[in-house]
Design a protein around this ligand. Structure first.
Ligand SMILES: C[C@](O)(CO)[C@H](O)COP(=O)(O)OP(=O)(O)OC[C@H]1O[C@@H](n2ccc(N)nc2=O)[C@H](O)[C@@H]1O
Ligand SMILES: Nc1ncnc2c1ncn2[C@@H]1O[C@H](COP(=O)(O)OP(=O)(O)OP(=O)(O)O)[C@@H](O)[C@H]1O
Length: 351
């Protein structure tokens, strides 16, 4: 059987308001998201033995990412499960149940999107898995040997995406542009973006639990609306400012992890452009006002200040303290990436 590949994108929330708490424990949201070109790499191949064999690696390597974060390569912040708790694994279980496929899957997952960052890495991997596995099932259904496999339709994938997580339906739609998500995140409306937007993202080397951030958050009163952000990005980029980018989870996340607030201050000190935390944190981003600015200059400035701080701390406290587990912006480490909005659909490659 062939291998099916794609590159699941991350996302940034440009606006997030909490409208209420629901009886099922979830929060009613109004959020505006864009997919960005910081991407994981995913390959899925149907195999005969009825097992899911999943290998997960950091790209370019675990030690390279650990160096950037200033943590030891075995630090738990870099642990991504390769067991049934990985959303890729759970997505394949759902596909098998819905399609009646009795074989197994060999899966390779290369991570670039940090976990627990609010960038939706796990959700995007899950949505991409549904799309790849559905394509494989469709091919299997056509082969005479596998006539008992049921082809999956868009409605099946949507229902599975909702079971996997609130952000997964957004990533199921591989189009570019900007999305408004309401309900618990599954009620989606897509808008065309006339041009791409550039950002610099900073992940401070601490993972935040989405459930814990929501547990500690407050329902807003009065509530803001995402309309203003949608209009600004789609029609009036000159009106984008610190005032309209908003995330109701930001103060809660800063309270749970000082590193989130430190990263936001660091961004505000280094750039005059608006900055915001994404999703439930821990990553934050700067939006670059100049559409011709690739973000590389700001990213280079941030890398320089990060490395100066790393060297200063290393001289003060020695290298052992630097690589203590959990150290992050405090000790100089942070992932810094210049990213753009995705302007093209993520393709499925078959080989
Ligand atoms: C913060 C965002 O990333 C913004 O896009 C999403 O709201 C989070 O989406 P997600 O990671 O897919 O979250 P889920 O896996 O569905 O839920 C994780 C936990 O977050 C809380 N949760 C999530 C979504 C939501 N609208 N209300 C919530 O209260 C629930 O406690 C849930 O148990
Ligand atoms: N494919 C996956 N990639 C990364 N983490 C995964 C994956 N599957 C399960 N996980 C688990 O889910 C946790 C959080 O995943 P994720 O990266 O989506 O969080 P997030 O960036 O905060 O996303 P969100 O924006 O949805 O809140 C991780 O700490 C990890 O243990």
């Amino acid at each position: 059987m062939p291998t099916y590949r794609t590159s699941p994108p991350g996302k940034l929330n440009l606006f997030l308001e909490i409208l209420g708490k629901r009886d099922d424990g979830f929060h009613e949201l109004d959020t505006v998201m864009v997919a960005i070109d910081l991407r994981d790499e995913l390959s899925v191949r149907p195999i005969e033995p009825p097992e899911i064999s999943l290998s997960v690696d950091w790209l370019p390597s675990r030690s390279a990412i650990a160096d950037e974060l200033g943590v030891a390569s075995d630090a738990s912040v870099l642990d991504v499960p390769a067991d049934p708790s990985n959303l890729v694994h759970r997505a394949l279980d759902l596909v098998n149940q819905a399609s009646g496929y009795r074989g197994g899957w060999e899966v390779g997952l290369g991570k670039r999107i940090p976990a627990g960052a609010g960038m939706g890495g796990a959700s995007s991997d899950a949505a991409a898995t549904l799309r790849l596995a559905a394509a494989a099932i469709e091919d299997l259904a056509r082969s005479p040997a596998s006539d008992r496999v049921r082809t999956l339709h868009d409605a099946d994938l949507k229902s599975m995406a909702e079971q996997l997580g609130s952000d997964v339906p957004f990533f199921l739609n591989p189009t570019s542009g900007l999305a408004r998500a309401r309900g618990r995140g599954e009620k989606l409306q897509f808008f065309d973006l006339p041009r791409s937007h550039e950002f610099v993202v900073v992940y401070p080397g601490v993972a935040l639990s989405t459930a814990e951030v929501y547990r500690n958050c407050h329902v807003s009163d009065p509530v803001r609306t995402g309309d203003v952000v949608i209009d600004a990005f789609c029609n009036e980029p000159s009106t984008i400012s610190e005032k309209i980018l908003y995330n109701a989870l930001q103060s809660t996340a800063c309270g749970l992890s000082p590193q989130v607030g430190e990263a936001l201050h660091w961004l505000a000190d280094t750039s005059s452009n608006p900055c915001l935390m994404t999703g439930s944190g821990s990553a934050s981003f700067v939006w670059l006002a100049d559409p011709n600015d690739s973000g590389r200059t700001l990213a280079a400035d941030l890398v320089r200040t990060r490395d100066q701080r790393t060297n200063r701390l290393s001289e003060q406290s020695g290298p052992e303290a630097m690589i203590a587990e959990g150290s992050s912006v405090r000790s100089g480490g942070a992932l810094i990436r210049a990213v753009s909005t995705c302007m093209a659909a993520s393709e499925i490659l078959i080989a």
